[in-house]
Design a protein around this ligand. Structure first.
Ligand code: IYR
Length: 230
C-alpha cells in the first residue's frame, strides 16, 4: 500500500482509499471498456482446448471481489474438471431440461427461446474444460454448526456472477449462464453442505473455431435508461 494513513471510526479501522482513484482519461476508458464488453456473447459451442488453471483461479478471485451484504461474501465456486463428474452433471441436467422443454415451460417461453436455438441437449457440459458452479449461501455455519445470517444473498451472488462473466470475457474465454431447473442435484453430486444452494452453472473455455451465435441486438441507451437532470 502506497499510503498507510488510516482512521478509527466507531472503533473500526478504515484505510485511506482516495489514492487509488486517480484514473485519468475516464471518457476514453469507459468507452473502450463498453466496446470490449459489447462484443461479449453467450456461446454454446465449446472447444475442448485446455485453459490454464491459473486463469480460472484469477476469474474466481475477480468474482469474489464483488460487493456483498455486510461483506459476508455469501458465495462458493465449485470448479469441475473431472470428466466423470462432468458427464454425471450433463446426464442429470439434461434429464431435468428434457422435462422442462417437454412440459414445464410455457408455450410463450418456448417461443421466446426459439431465436436462441436452445434445447434440452447440453453437450457443452462435457466438452468445456471447466464448469464453474456458483452456490449461494443463505447463511453460514459456524464451527459449532450455528447458523450465521447472510444478507441480500441473491443480489450479492448475482453481482458476483456478473463480475465472473466479465472476467471470463476479459480473459478471452467464453461462457453461458446455464440454469438447469431444479438444480438441487448439484448439491448432492458435489457433496455440498446443507447451507449451500446451486445458483448458476457456467461452462468456461474457448469457443470452437467456427462458433455461431444468434443475430440479436441489444436495447439502446434510451430504452434502458432515463436521466433525471433538472
Ligand atoms: N434453462 C434452460 C432454458 C433456458 C431459459 C432461458 I430464460 C434462456 O435464456 C435460455 C435457456 C436451458 O438452459 O436450456
Amino acid at each position: 500500500m502506497a499510503n498507510e494513513k488510516y482512521k478509527i471510526i466507531d472503533g473500526h479501522k478504515h484505510i485511506l482509499y482516495s489514492d487509488y482513484l486517480k484514473v485519468k482519461n475516464i471518457e476514453e476508458k469507459s468507452e473502450s471498456f463498453f466496446q470490449e464488453m459489447d462484443w461479449r456473447r453467450s456461446v454454446r459451442d465449446f472447444s475442448d482446448k485446455l485453459v490454464p488453471k491459473s486463469v480460472i483461479e484469477n476469474i474466481i478471485k475477480t468474482a469474489s471481489t464483488a460487493p456483498s451484504g455486510a461483506h459476508k461474501q455469501p458465495w462458493f465456486f465449485c470448479v469441475i474438471e473431472s470428466a466423470e463428474l462432468k458427464s454425471q452433471i450433463r446426464k442429470a441436467a439434461e434429464e431435468e431440461e428434457r422435462k422442462s422443454y417437454e412440459g414445464r415451460m410455457s408455450k410463450e417461453w418456448l417461443n421466446d427461446l426459439k431465436p436462441l436455438g436452445t434445447n434440452h441437449s447440453k453437450p457443452f457440459l462435457e466438452i468445456a474444460p471447466y464448469l464453474i458452479i456458483v452456490f449461494k449461501k443463505p447463511y453460514d455455519l459456524s464451527k459449532e454448526e450455528e447458523k450465521l445470517q447472510n444478507y441480500y444473498v441473491n443480489e450479492s451472488v448475482g453481482i458476483a456472477c456478473g463480475m465472473l462473466i466479465t472476467a471470463i470475457h476479459q480473459a478471452g474465454l467464453v461462457t453461458l449462464t446455464h440454469t438447469p431447473s431444479p438444480m438441487n442435484f448439484l448439491t448432492k453430486l458435489l457433496e455440498r453442505p446443507s447451507n449451500e444452494r446451486a445458483f448458476l452453472l457456467l461452462p468456461v473455455g474457448y469457443p470452437v473455431t467456427e462458433a455461431y451465435v444468434p443475430d440479436i441486438e441489444r436495447k439502446n441507451l434510451d430504452e434502458v435508461s432515463k436521466f433525471y437532470s433538472k
